[in-house]
Design a protein around this ligand. Structure first.
Ligand code: PLP
Length: 475
């Protein structure tokens, strides 16, 4: 492809993107294909001769789109969102064109210095301690792994990096509702799942601090080494908020590293009414949230903040001859702030999003999303056949149909509602289990969601609940 063709196809692709996003509601939200359907349309061997770009665009429509689940559809209510926005998409295009690999300051000073600045903006916008430093990681999973590795090194005086484990019994504490990425990090960090202590939760699915303290005391008495506590603000199942301040006090009392995972809800701390959830954050050590979930920034982009950057750098620093520079020590070389050496220029899309929306625009959008969840919550509360399972905190509504007298039948009808909605292609929701109850999760955080989308979903939910009665009168 030459420059003229690139220009021509570039315009065509931008038009395609605009049309796709404008008309996204014509697609089934969840891909309706079966395993292997897409693979069957793809040749086994790579083409020997280059093909025309026109053909590629046709194949995107014909072969790829049927196998896409449309995360940008306003009726995508599953998991947590992975939102995009126009500003972010355009920034991704520029980032792709620049193609800089931003491992150290010298390989693109603007990338490092812009990253420093947008992290400072996020500290101010969301009310984090002003003395902390920020860095962009690819995902929350990586961010948590980085924190646990730093904790591991700190508590062993940076010995495991050099000598490996001997027979230290390091212990990690989190709630029973913590995201599975914590289990994964504990496995990767060599600490072992047997040393991940899952603390029971209360009726709102939040960690119970006095049980955390008991677990720590028990471990200390049996010669184990408390290494890291993880607080979740906004658990994946129900957006439960672990009581940060009480946990932070325990962390401080026993001098234990404390990581806070606010992957989804962290974006909502731009709103003053939610900042109280961060009370005690200054006593923690690290904190993260995902602009790629609810701050309209394309995946991947995790904002990771650290109180003591020296421990972080000491954990990850490597200095082969070819990476020695004259600026070392005078600037931030972000390769030492995480796992990979090579780094994408992720700050640009965040910069575009924050500037194009403005802080007030981001606040307004997140507030609207929360109001939509509040509306749905009211419908659930008013309806005799439905109940809220836990209190709604922000933009996730966790509820179930309770038409029947027992758990088994209610689990069956809720499973039916979920499958029927997802197979209809009209909306996409997911479930979780709360005390053996199969419950429905509806997230109202998609960039372009409006009230009409939540109204449509609520109608579908009632329709499929009603239909279940007629299909299975005896159940
Ligand atoms: C609370 C929480 N932490 C971590 C993660 C993992 O996020 P990522 O995909 O960025 O690794 C999720 C994903 O939904 C989450 O809900």
């Amino acid at each position: 492809m030459n420059t003229d063709e690139f220009r021509k196809y570039g315009h065509q692709v931008i038009d395609w993107v605009a049309d796709y996003l404008e008309n996204i509601e014509q697609y089934p939200v969840k891909s309706q294909i079966n395993p292997g359907d897409i693979a069957a349309t793809l040749p086994r061997l790579a083409p020997e001769k280059g093909e025309s770009f026109d053909r590629l665009l046709v194949d995107v429509e014909e072969k790829i789109l049927p196998g896409i689940t449309h995360w940008q559809h306003p009726n995508f209510h599953a998991y947590f969102n992975a939102n995009v926005s126009y500003a972010s998409i355009l920034a991704e295009l520029i980032t792709a064109a620049i193609g800089a690999q931003c491992m150290i300051w010298e390989t693109s000073p603007a990338a490092t210095e812009l990253e420093e600045r947008v992290m400072e903006w996020l500290i101010n916008m969301t009310g984090l301690p002003k003395s902390w430093d920020g860095v962009i990681q690819d995902t929350a999973s990586t961010g948590t792994l980085v924190s646990i590795l730093t904790a591991r090194e700190k508590v062993t005086r940076f010995n495991i990096n050099n000598r490996g484990f001997s027979n230290q019994k390091l212990r990690i504490y989190c709630s029973a509702q913590t995201h599975s990425s914590i289990d994964k990090s504990v496995k990767i960090a060599g600490i072992g799942l047997d040393n991940l202590v899952k603390i029971p939760v209360d009726a709102q699915m939040a960690l119970r601090p006095h049980l955390l303290e008991e677990a720590i005391q028990f471990d200390l008495a049996s010669g184990k080494i408390p290494c890291c506590i993880i607080t979740t603000l906004g658990t994946t199942g129900t957006t439960a908020m672990d009581p940060l301040e009480a946990i932070a006090d325990i962390g401080a009392k026993y001098n234990i590293w404390h990581h806070v995972d606010a992957a989804y809800v962290g974006a909502a701390f731009v709103l003053p009414e939610y900042k109280h959830f961060l009370k005690g954050i200054e006593k923690a050590d690290t904190y993260l949230f995902n602009p790629h979930k609810w701050m309209f920034t394309n995946f991947d982009c995790t904002a990771y903040f650290v109180k003591d950057k020296d421990s972080l750098i000491q954990t990850f620093e490597i200095l082969p001859e070819y990476l020695k520079t004259n600026t070392r020590g005078k600037v931030n070389d972000y390769r030492d702030w995480g796992i990979p050496l090579g780094r994408r220029f992720r700050a640009l899309k965040l910069w575009f999003v924050i500037r194009e929306y403005g802080a007030s625009g981001i606040r307004r959008k997140i507030k609207e999303h929360i109001e939509l969840a509040a509306w749905l919550e009211q419908q659930v509360i008013k309806h005799p056949d439905f109940e809220m399972v836990v209190d709604r905190v922000m933009s996730l509504v966790v509820f179930r149909c309770i038409k029947y007298p027992n758990l088994k039948q209610n689990n069956a009808i809720n499973t039916h509602i979920l499958n029927a909605i997802n197979m209809s292609g009209k909306a996409y929701i997911t479930h979780t289990k709360v005390n053996e109850q199969y419950v429905l999760r509806v997230v109202t955080g998609q960039t372009h969601i409006q009230k009409l989308h939540v109204e449509k979903l609520w109608k579908l939910i009632q329709q499929f609940a009603q239909e279940y009665k007629t299909i299975s009168p005896k159940k």
